[in-house]
Design a protein around this ligand. Structure first.
Ligand code: ATP
Length: 381
C-alpha cells in the first residue's frame, strides 16, 4: 500500500500538450478515478504513473519514493489495460503466474497464490484454458487476477470493463469496488463512463484537454461541480443548461429567457452576489430530477411547455419538453407522473426547484453560484 503524489505533471507530444499541470495526492488505500472524454489525457497520465511514458516535466512519488523516471518494473505497480494484454500461448494459470515467475517465486508458492486469486475472481474452472477459449467477462477476470496476484503497492486500471456488456459491467462495478476495498491497495482507474466513476470511486478527477477541472468525491462532483463541463459530464440524463439574462422583476431577482422566467430566491442569491449580475447573460443549469411536470399551471409550475417526447425507463419517466426555444429533459418517478399525458404535442407545465439551480459564467464555464441545498456527506442523496 502506498500514497501516490503527483506534482506539476506535464506531457507534450511535439507541440501538443496532452497533460497540463496535473497535481494530485491519492491517499493510501484510496480508489481514485480519472474521468473525462476521449483524448483528454487520462491514459497518458496513467501511463506516466506506470512508467510506460516519461513525463516532459513534473514529479511522481509512490510511497514517498520518487519514481518519476524509474522503469515500470522498479515501481511495483499492478496494471490492467483495455486489451488485457494476456499471453495467448499461455493457459489462464500461466498468465496469472507470469508476474510471480518473473520474480522467481517458488513453484508451490506460485500455485498457492494463483489458486487463491482464482477463487476470489471465480475463475478456478478455467485455469487450464487458453485466453481464446474464454468469454469477454472471463478474460477481464483473468486480467484482474493477474494484477491482484502480485503484492503491488499500487493498482492502475485503464478502461478494464469496456468490452463487457451492460449487465456484466453492472455486476463487475460492485465486485471490483468490493475487491479494491478488501485488498486495500491504492488504485487509479481510468474511464470515460461517468456512471462507473460515480458508483465506484472514493474520489474522482475530472479531466478535459489535459487539465484537471475538479478532484473531489462523487457527491461533491455531482452537487457542487466546478464548471459547466463537469456539471454536464456527470449525471444521466445530463443537466439542462441554457442561456438566461439575470433581471429584476417587481424587485425580485429572476432568470429570464425569451419565453419564460425563473424566479431566483433564497439566501444564496444574496450570499453569492447574484444581484450584481442583473443585466448580464449567464448560463443556467438544472438537473432533470429537479424539474417537476404538471398538467396545470400553478405557483410551482409556471413554465408552459409542449411535450416533445416521452421516454419511460421502467421506474422513471423522462419528459423532453419544448419550453419555447429551450429544450428541457425532466426525470420523475413513474407514480408521480402516472396521470400525465404522454402524447407528443401535449400541453404541460414545468416547475424548477428553486433549491437546485446553478449559474455558470459564459465562456469560461466556471460555476458562479448555486442554490444547492447544503447537505452533509452522510445524508442520503
Ligand atoms: P481515450 O479515452 O480515447 O483513451 P484519453 O483521455 O486516455 O483518451 P490519451 O490517450 O491520454 O487520452 O491521449 C491524450 C491526447 O494525446 C490525445 O489527443 C492523443 O491523440 C494524444 N497522444 C497520446 N499518445 C500520443 C503519442 N504517442 N503521440 C502523439 N500524440 C499522442
Amino acid at each position: 500500500m502506498a500514497e501516490i503524489e503527483i506534482n506539476s505533471l506535464m506531457k507534450q507530444f511535439g507541440a501538443f500538450q496532452a497533460v497540463n499541470d496535473v497535481n494530485i495526492t491519492v491517499n493510501n488505500g484510496e480508489f481514485v478515478f480519472l474521468l473525462g472524454p476521449s483524448g483528454c489525457g487520462k491514459t497518458t497520465t496513467l501511463r506516466m504513473i506506470a512508467g510506460l511514458e516519461m513525463p516532459s516535466s513534473g514529479r511522481i512519488a509512490i510511497g514517498g519514493r520518487n519514481v518519476t523516471f524509474l522503469r515500470p518494473r522498479h515501481r511495483n505497480v499492478g496494471m490492467v489495460f483495455q486489451d488485457y494484454g494476456l499471453y495467448r500461448h499461455l493457459t489462464v494459470f500461466g498468465n496469472i503466474a507470469y508476474p510471480l515467475e518473473v520474480r522467481r517465486l517458488q513453484r508451490a508458492e506460485i500455485a498457492r497464490k494463483v489458486n487463491a486469486v482464482a477463487r476470489t475472481m471465480q475463475i478456478t474452472e478455467v485455469l487450464q484454458r487458453k485466453p481464446d477459449q474464454l468469454s469477454a467477462g472471463q478474460l477481464q477476470r483473468v486480467a484482474i487476477a493477474r494484477m491482484l496476484v502480485r503484492d503491488a503497492d499500487v493498482f492502475l486500471m485503464d478502461e478494464p470493463m469496456s468490452h463487457l456488456d451492460a449487465q456484466l459491467r453492472g455486476q463487475m462495478r460492485a465486485e471490483l469496488r468490493h475487491i479494491q476495498k478488501s485488498v486495500g491497495v491504492t488504485t487509479i482507474f481510468v474511464t470515460h463512463d461517468q456512471l462507473e466513476a460515480m458508483t465506484m470511486a472514493d474520489r474522482i478527477i475530472v479531466m478535459k484537454d489535459g487539465e484537471m477541472l475538479q478532484f473531489a468525491t462523487p457527491r461533491e462532483i455531482f452537487e457542487r461541480p466546478a464548471t459547466e463541463f463537469v456539471a454536464t459530464f456527470v449525471g444521466e440524463p445530463q443537466m439542462n443548461v441554457f442561456d438566461v439574462r439575470i433581471t429584476r422583476i417587481e424587485g425580485k431577482v429572476a432568470a429570464m429567457t425569451e419565453d419564460f422566467v425563473i424566479p431566483l430566491d433564497g439566501t444564496w442569491v444574496q450570499e453569492k452576489g447574484v444581484e450584481n449580475l442583473v443585466g448580464q447573460g449567464v448560463r443556467l443549469g438544472v438537473r432533470p430530477e429537479h424539474i417537476s411536470v404538471s398538467d396545470k399551471a400553478d405557483g410551482s409550475h409556471g413554465v408552459a411547455a409542449e411535450l416533445y417526447s416521452f421516454e419511460p425507463t421502467g421506474a422513471e419517466n423522462l419528459y423532453v419538453l419544448q419550453c419555447g426555444g429551450v429544450t428541457i429533459t425532466t426525470r420523475s418517478s413513474t407514480t408521480e407522473t402516472a396521470h400525465l399525458d404522454k402524447g407528443e404535442g401535449s400541453r404541460l407545465y414545468a416547475g424548477f426547484d428553486p433549491n437546485w439551480i446553478y449559474l455558470f459564467e459564459p465562456g469560461s464555464g466556471r460555476t458562479i453560484a448555486q442554490a444547492t441545498a447544503s447537505r452533509s456527506e452522510n445524508e442520503e442523496m
